[in-house]
Design a protein around this ligand. Structure first.
Ligand code: GBH
Length: 466
């Protein structure tokens, strides 16, 4: 391949891959690790497809050297992993488990020896069960406990981690988990979800305070998931529907950080349902401390259309109906949009659009794409290879969309592919594969897929074909 492909990225652009602790580590009861809400949830019958759980997952706790070697082989310049809170603080607060700390110190030093920048996420959904037993994220105190855990990690890893993310996808950790009930702890109560969302934001802010106190050299921010909504037409009603969708999903988490307030129109809609975030004096100032960067997870998007029959906001309705009424929009997938093997529409234009929207809405903050990738369930073929053409095409189109955003002035500094390995895909279990590397969950054999080789070329050339 040519050394200067048509799509060329800035010279310091940070290419890498991402994972999270519960999805890959396994070793659920090893070296003092205590259960998290995901252990309990996955072991509750009916919650996860096929009754799968993360007891073993990719066994990355034991195979960490092999996995770092694969990252090196791929040419990754960064690796985004998450730190399991119940491995480090089994009770959620108080006593620190030295073996838990030792594992992450080892991972970080292996990465640094391989020339790969560590990028640590502090909360990728594995709340210690002990804290949940006391009320979990419904308790304001959990935000303080989270900051104390963050402080332990800042002290333990300090300058050796240049990039930190506090909370991964607060929308999933609140709404998907407490209102829709698809993720742990599996509750269905919109009021609780809004409270949890506030405490997650507060936890982010209090962790920021701990980070700033230490005057560490690295950078820190939050990593929300964004979906893009495009107005179905230029009809003002469709545009308004689209704005409600963006308020509900995106602005609810990013406005507090960059503007120090919840989006007013959506907050008013919640108020009609009798739902308010439990804001106390000083919270919004804590939450809106200036972050160094924003992590963005993007997978999919769709079109928003004003519904023919708008749903009224009624406090007595089911949480699902209340959510539908809050957004009050019809989601339209344009015919002809291909979908990945998890049925999410492939919408690379939405990637460019959401990035330029973030640029305009929040003053062009430095952005790292902390996740982007596709579910492609292609297995190892007779030739011993994995020809995951859907993933290669998805990545190629999204990398081009990303490049377009950079050309239009967005300050984007890096891209982490989700995911390094096939892993425990939450409520879908092991049946949905997002890895650049195939994992045989029987033997734990790792096989780099076509997408791995394609991505490795892209990193080597710092770009790709148009
Ligand atoms: C991320 O969440 C997680 O951070 C990661 O752990 C996970 O493995 C990965 O993505 C893959 O799932 O039904 O078409 O409207 C993804 C969050 C929320 C993105 C739901 C897609 C709905 C798509 N997802 N959203 S659609």
């Amino acid at each position: 391949m040519k050394s200067h492909p048509p799509i060329q990225f800035p010279s310091q652009f940070l290419w890498g891959a991402a994972t999270s602790a519960y999805q890959i580590e396994g070793a659920h009861d090893v070296d003092g690790r205590a259960p998290s809400i995901w252990d309990s949830f996955a072991k509750t019958p009916g919650r996860v497809v096929n009754g799968d759980n993360g007891d073993i997952a990719c066994d990355s706790y034991r195979r960490v050297e092999e996995d770092v070697a694969l990252l090196k082989q791929m040419g990754a310049r960064a690796y985004r992993f998450s730190i399991a809170w119940p491995r480090v603080m089994p009770h959620g607060r108080g006593e620190v488990n030295p073996l838990g700390i030792a594992y992450y110190k080892r991972l970080v030093s292996l990465l640094r020896d391989a020339g790969i920048a560590p990028m640590a996420t502090l909360y990728h959904w594995d709340l210690p069960q002990a804290l949940h037993d006391e009320g979990g994220w419904m308790n304001r105190r959990t935000a303080q406990d989270f900051a104390a855990f963050a402080a332990v990690m800042f002290d333990a890893l300090g300058e050796s981690v240049p990039f930190w993310f506090t909370v991964n996808e607060p929308w999933c950790a609140s709404f998907l988990s407490h209102a829709i009930g698809e993720h742990a702890p599996g509750e269905k109560d919109l009021n609780r979800a809004v409270t949890v969302a506030h405490h997650l934001l507060l936890g982010h802010g209090l962790a920021m305070t701990e980070f700033r106190k230490r005057k560490l050299g690295g950078q820190i921010g939050m990593a929300p998931n964004v979906d893009w909504r495009e107005p179905y037409s230029q009809d003002p009603e469709d545009i308004a529907a689209c704005e409600r969708g963006l308020d509900w999903f995106n602005r609810w988490f990013i406005d507090p950080i960059y503007h120090g307030r919840y989006p007013a129109a959506m907050a008013a809609r919640y108020a009609e349902l009798g739902i308010r975030a439990p804001i106390e004096d000083g919270d919004m100032a804590t939450i809106s401390q200036h972050p160094d960067m924003l992590g963005i997870n993007y997978y999919t998007g769709s079109f928003a259309k004003a519904p023919a029959n708008p749903l009224p906001l009624r406090p007595g309705d089911s949480p699902q109906r209340q959510m539908d009424a809050l957004r009050n929009l019809d989601t339209v997938n344009v015919p002809g949009f291909a979908k990945t093997h998890i049925d999410w529409p492939i919408f690379p234009e939405g990637f460019t659009k959401v990035l330029t929207w973030l640029r305009d809405e929040y003053g062009n903050p430095p952005v790292f794409i902390t996740e982007n990738g596709a579910c492609d369930n292609t297995q190892v073929g007779h030739d011993g290879q994995v020809h995951d053409a859907l993933r290669v095409e998805y990545m190629h189109r999204h990398v081009i969309a990303l490049h377009r955003a950079i050309r239009s002035g967005c300050d984007i500094r890096g891209y982490m592919a989700w995911s390094l390995l096939d892993n425990f895909e939450w409520a879908y279990g092991y049946g949905k594969r997002f890895g650049l590397i195939h994992v045989d969950f029987g033997t734990q054999q790792r096989t780099p897929k076509d997408s791995f080789h394609w991505y490795s070329q892209l990193i080597a050339n710092n770009g790709c074909a148009a």
